[in-house]
Each structure stands twice: as structure tokens, then as C-alpha cells.
Design a protein around this ligand. Structure first.
Ligand code: AMP
Length: 424
């Protein structure tokens, strides 16, 4: 199947060709025709499956088809809600990428940056608004956004939204939308909570389920290196040096751990930066772009900060520490092996983490290959265990809105360059 078989407008096909894509991914093959007909959609798909183009392309097609061509309102006609700023930025970039031959305006709004440029851009008029829930509600409160003209509503990474405590905000936002609209919902998992949210939001949806849930791409080789906690740093440096790795995403469990590890790698001559929820938006964006440009060899991330990071063909993912929540393992390794490329996911596992490893293997229904690296073998007895949070506990990085700092206090933070960029 080719993109040209999907009946998308010529301007969109040109933009897809500009990207060098000719074959739609499985989610695109299923979601694009469904969304083009105007139906609601429930899609179970992770980041890395091509889901963003899967909704962006048919939405742009609908916005610019037939009578819809004429712009009659300055208020957004499409609202995409995302759990994180990073994802908001990336979705809005996709709108630009695929909409580059169409007269579409788009804007991403998120917290942690000044609100005034966003207000100015909203006032000028925006077709497609991508937003995180907290900042969108700030705009609602200040009456700087009008949601009454929304024709298409997209809830992206709905599972993560619920994890981050956004459910009340989502319900508030939905209540402000016109009753007559098209709804698209994307989620990596299909938990009872997600089912309930979908039942309330979607009307006779088409359902798309690509890649069996909780399995990783076939093209990702997954290995476990058994070692001791105190050997991990040295082992990681050894791996970088002996294998000549150049672009590696490393996962750490805590913000503090991510910072410390990035510093260690840097000292060992492996250019690194950490991204996590305590970093300013400017620092995160800078780290991500330096990583993409190859100026950084390693990016050390916590689970929530890494969600939505979109990097083409990332070859390696390292779990410096295993996540407490086994589903996060699947999200982590979903950063590699994208679009059919080969990828390798390596987990450094010490004695204390054997329980987490077992949980992960149970979830993905396979046992992972064990590898021993000479000089870094696991010792026979476990080292004393440092204090840890209870297994299964997730320490949220993003606070639910009720606990979040008030908007405005953060406006002194570095501005993010995408913020407020309009595109015509
Ligand atoms: P997503 O799941 O939306 O985060 O997309 C994952 C990655 O796949 C992004 O880097 C896209 O640019 C890329 N991509 C999307 N569609 C295609 C396609 N049809 N062929 C190849 N790569 C694609």
C-alpha cells in the first residue's frame, strides 16, 4: 500500500513525499481512512508507530476539503490535548510538517513559559491548537481561548494523562467543547480507566489496535546484563567506549539519579545531558536538539520526561535502572526499533531489581536474554539494599493541576522557541 491509495489531498501527499515516506505504517493504514470519514476513533498505539501522522494527515485533509476551505473563525477548529510539553511541541511540529503546503495555522500552548505570547497568537487566529491541559485551562479562565468552534478533538496518550492526574482537567475541557464534534483517542494501553473514559467520550468509534499491547517491536533486540549496583556506572562507560555508541537514550529511575549519571558520563568524556521534570523547558529543548544533532552522545532521561520524545531511528536504549512500573519498560524500549529499523535495548540489572525484571518478563510474556560482561559480573551475594519506594509506586514528576504552581510564577523561565510560533 502507498500513501497515494488513501485518497489524501495532493498537498498532503506532497508533504509526505518530502519526508521521504511512501508506505503508511499499520496505524496510518487503518486510522487515516476512518478519520477521513468523520468517525470517532479509539486507537491503541504507542509512540513510534507513526500515530501522529495517523491523525494529523486526515485532520488536515478534513479541514481543507470542500466547503471547509474558507476560514470562518479565528477560534481553533481542532484541539489536540497532550500530557507533556514535549509531546505538544512534537505534535505541533507534525502539523507544520504535513501542513506545509496548506494555509494552516497551528500553535502549541503549554506551561512553564510565558503566557502572553500564546495569548497574542491565539488572538490572531489558530486552526489547530495543541495544548497541555493545565495551560489550556489557564487560557480558558482568562478567556483568551474560545473552544466553542472545535470540530475535531484529539486526546493523545490518554493513558499517560490519567497517570499524571489530568482526568478532572480533561473532563472540564470536554465540557467546553461543542456537542457536535469528531473525537479521536490514542492510548498505549487499554486499561479499565481508559475504557471508561472512551465510553464517555466516543460515539460509535472505529477501533484500531496496532502492535499487540505490551509487546515491543520485533526489530528490537532486548538483553539484560546482570551486574552489581555499584558496578553500573563503570559498566556503562565501558559499554560506550568498547562499542563506540553515538546516540543512546539512557533511562534512570529518579531525577537525581539522572543528573548524577549524566555528570559521570560527561566526566568520562561521553557528552551527556539529563532531562527530567525539574529542568526548565529551555534546558530540556536544548538537550533534545543537541542530542538529535549528534552533539550529545547520551541523553539520560526519567520515564515521564522521555514520553513523547520523537527521534528518528534511535539505535540504542539503555535501562540503567529498571522502572518500577513494568509498562514503562515497554514505553522505554519503544524509543528504538521504530518504523522497522533495527534497535537494541539493554538493561543493567542488579540483585535488587530481579523482582522488577520478573514483572517485566511476565508482562511482555518472554524471558530476556542474559549477558555477562567480563569484569562486571554479578557477585554471588546481594549488596546491602539502599532504601527504595515500594514496588509499583510511581513518583509523579508532573503534579496534578491542583498541586501545580500557579501560572505566572514561572514566566521568568527561559522561553521556548516554538512557543508562539505561528505558521501560515
Ligand atoms: P510517532 O509514532 O507519531 O511518534 O512517529 C514515529 C516516527 O515515525 C516519527 O519519527 C515519524 O516521523 C516516523 N514516521 C511516521 N510515519 C512514517 C512512515 N509512513 N514511514 C516511515 N516513518 C514514519
Amino acid at each position: 500500500m502507498h500513501f497515494s491509495d488513501l485518497g489524501l489531498k495532493a498537498e498532503l501527499l506532497r508533504a509526505v513525499a518530502d519526508q521521504g515516506y511512501d508506505t503508511p505504517t499499520p496505524i496510518q493504514q487503518q486510522a487515516i481512512p476512518a478519520v477521513m470519514t468523520g468517525r470517532d476513533l479509539m486507537a491503541t498505539a504507542q509512540t513510534g508507530t507513526g500515530k501522529t501522522a495517523g491523525f494529523t494527515l486526515p485532520i488536515l485533509h478534513r479541514l481543507f476539503s470542500g466547503e471547509r476551505l474558507a476560514r470562518v473563525t479565528k477560534a481553533p477548529r481542532v484541539l489536540v490535548l497532550t500530557p507533556t510539553r514535549e509531546l505538544a511541541i512534537q505534535v505541533e511540529e507534525s502539523v507544520r510538517t504535513y501542513g506545509k503546503h496548506l494555509p494552516v495555522t497551528s500553535l502549541a500552548v503549554f506551561g512553564g513559559v510565558g503566557i502572553n505570547p500564546q495569548i497574542a497568537n491565539l488572538r490572531r487566529g489558530v486552526d489547530i491548537l495543541v495544548a497541555t491541559p493545565g495551560r489550556l485551562l489557564d487560557h480558558v479562565q482568562q478567556r483568551t481561548v474560545d473552544l466553542s468552534k472545535v470540530e475535531i478533538f484529539v486526546l493523545d496518550e490518554a493513558d499517560r494523562m490519567l497517570d499524571m492526574g489530568f482526568i478532572r482537567d480533561i473532563r472540564k475541557i470536554i465540557a467546553l467543547l461543542p456537542k457536535q464534534r469528531q473525537n479521536l483517542m490514542f492510548s498505549a494501553t487499554f486499561s479499565p480507566d481508559i475504557r471508561e473514559l472512551a465510553a464517555g467520550l466516543l460515539n460509535n468509534p472505529a477501533s484500531v489496535d496496532v502492535a499487540a499491547r505490551n509487546t515491543a517491536a520485533e526489530t528490537v533486540t532486548q538483553r539484560v546484563i546482570e551486574t552489581d549496583r555499584e558496578k553500573k556506572k563503570e559498566l556503562l562507560c565501558h559499554l560506550f567506549e568498547s562499542r563506540g555508541w553515538h546516540q543512546v537514550l539512557v533511562f534512570a529511575r529518579t531525577k537525581h539519579g539522572a543528573d548524577a549519571l549524566a555528570r559521570t558520563l560527561d566526566k568520562a568524556g561521553i557528552k551527556s545531558a539529563a532531562i527530567h521534570g525539574d529542568k526548565s523547558q529551555g534546558a530540556r529543548t536544548r538537550a533534545l536538539s543537541e542530542f538529535k544533532d549528534g552533539k550529545l552522545v547520551a541523553l539520560v532521561a526519567t520515564d515521564i520526561a522521555a514520553r513523547g520524545i520523537d527521534i528518528d531511528a534511535l539505535p540504542y536504549v539503555i535501562n540503567y535502572e529498571l522502572p518500577n512500573v513494568p509498562e514503562d519498560y515497554v514505553h522505554r524500549i519503544g524509543r528504538t526499533g521504530r518504523a522497522g529499523m533495527e534497535g537494541e535495548a539493554i538493561s543493567l540489572v542488579c540483585h535488587d531489581e530481579r523482582g522488577q525484571l520478573k514483572d517485566i518478563e511476565r508482562l511482555i510474556k518472554r524471558s530476556l536474554e542474559r549477558v555477562v560482561i567480563e569484569g562486571f559480573e554479578q557477585s554471588a551475594t546481594a549488596a546491602p539494599r539502599p532504601p527504595q519506594p515500594p514496588r509499583g509506586a510511581r513518583k509523579p514528576q508532573a503534579q496534578p493541576r491542583s498541586q501545580a504552581p500557579k501560572t505566572g510564577k514561572n514566566s521568568g523561565r527561559p522561553q521556548q522557541h516554538h512557543n508562539g510560533n505561528r505558521h501560515r
